[in-house]
Ligand binder design. Structure first.
Ligand code: SF4
Length: 380
């Protein structure tokens, strides 16, 4: 039963970075002290972003304490970033234009202001939050520039026993989950994947549960396994690849016949992948972290007793083993699940920059999909 389908290339397009935060960064670098006008959601979001990037942020200004700012304002030294919604801007400009130089005021687009306002607001994060369960880094496809490094990883399966403990612990945090997504690698290569499904359904009887797959093994599912998928309401999210040896329409017919729910990420005429170059000196400027698509998807990855923001941090050790690189993981690049006591810890980790972000250059190009040759340049 087809639930939904969307274009994989459109999703990849979203991951492309633009230079707006670069312009904000340049503005901040031209000033000794930076203020934000506004202390509502947008103002607070901007403040949090500036603190994450260690730019010379001093404080938030509002109409009520504008005189404080005016007294400390020095043309060219002090800059102010507008941190309010569009409907308020016309109201505040007259109070600023009386004394401040044009070069000392910076406006982000309303899209970016709204994004920052929501991104650092925990009520929004709670509303959008979903949990990825990274069950295995093993894959049977090996795409070029794979974001889980699967083509070059030593096999590492998340143990079912550890997952059974972790998912109960996670549930005890009472964090609302919109959807729980099993992902990898290729989840159907994990020998206990159906155990994972049933444990997740036992702990979360009502929520949406999805399993991301490249579809290569679906034709091998037994009728009883398809019955289990239907009975436990596990939705398959199938990413289509331009493969000649896979008849996906036949697989969709079989899934329809067994009333198994599925989504399709369409390949389109030419499938593209977003390529993220790694900076092996960990020297990516801090202000660029917010360009990473992981900061647009309000989710964490559960794997072997830890919570990660992304698969790069999970698989870095295998990347190092294969390419003799030195991507080093800091203790603040992940959360140890048993040390997490509440949602605030989770969301604080989710929305703020981690040290590992210093390895990730912004995504600036989409590359035609292809199989990996296990070459370093696929990731650099
Ligand atoms: S380390 Fe940071 S920038 Fe890199 S993929 Fe993870 S969240 Fe994104």
């Amino acid at each position: 039963m087809l639930i939904n389908k969307w274009s994989g290339n459109t999703t990849s397009q979203v991951s492309l970075a633009d230079d707006e935060f670069g312009k904000l960064y340049n503005f901040c670098c031209c000033h000794k002290r930076i203020y934000v006008f506004g202390d509502g959601k947008i103002g607070t979001g901007l403040k949090q972003y500036l603190i994450n990037t260690e730019l010379p942020f001093v404080g938030c200004i509002t109409s009520s304490n504008l005189s404080v700012f005016r007294a400390q304002y020095v043309k060219g030294d002090v800059g102010i970033i507008i941190g309010v919604g569009d409907k308020y801007i016309q109201g505040i400009l007259p109070s600023l234009s009386g004394f401040i130089g044009n070069r000392d005021v910076f406006f982000l687009t309303s899209e970016k202001r709204e994004f920052l306002g929501k991104h650092f607001a925990f009520d929004y994060v709670r509303e959008k939050f979903h949990l990825n369960v990274f069950v295995t880094n093993v894959c049977n496809l090996h795409c070029r520039s794979c974001s889980t490094f699967a083509p070059i990883c030593k096999a590492d399966n998340y143990s079912y026993e550890q997952f059974a403990l972790d998912i109960v612990k996670f549930e005890s945090l009472a964090t609302p989950i919109n959807v729980l997504k099993f992902t990898g690698g290729e989840p159907f290569l994990h020998p206990s994947i159906f155990g994972f499904f049933s444990k997740a359904r036992e702990v979360y009887p009502e929520i949406r549960i999805e399993c991301y797959t490249n579809g290569l093994l679906l034709s091998k599912l037994s009728d009883s396994q398809k019955k289990i998928l239907n009975a436990m309401k596990i939705e398959l999210t199938i990413t289509e690849y331009p493969l000649t040896n896979l008849d996906l329409s036949a697989i969709y017919n079989v899934l329809d016949k067994h009333a198994v729910s599925y989504n399709v990420i369409e390949k389109g005429k030419q499938k593209y992948f977003s390529k993220r170059p790694l900076n092996f000196d960990n020297a990516v400027p801090k202000h660029l972290f917010i360009n990473c698509p992981r900061y647009k998807y309000y989710s964490l990855f559960l794997n072997n007793g830890k919570l990660y923001k992304c698969t790069y941090a999970i698989a870095a050790k295998y990347f190092n083993e294969y390419f003799k690189t030195n991507l080093s993981l800091d203790d603040s690049d992940f959360l140890i699940l048993n040390d997490v006591e509440n949602q605030t810890q989770l969301f604080t980790f989710l929305v703020n920059r981690i040290p590992f972000c210093g390895y990730c250059e912004p995504i600036s190009e989409l590359v035609p999909w292809g199989l990996s040759e296990r070459k370093l340049e696929e990731w650099s």
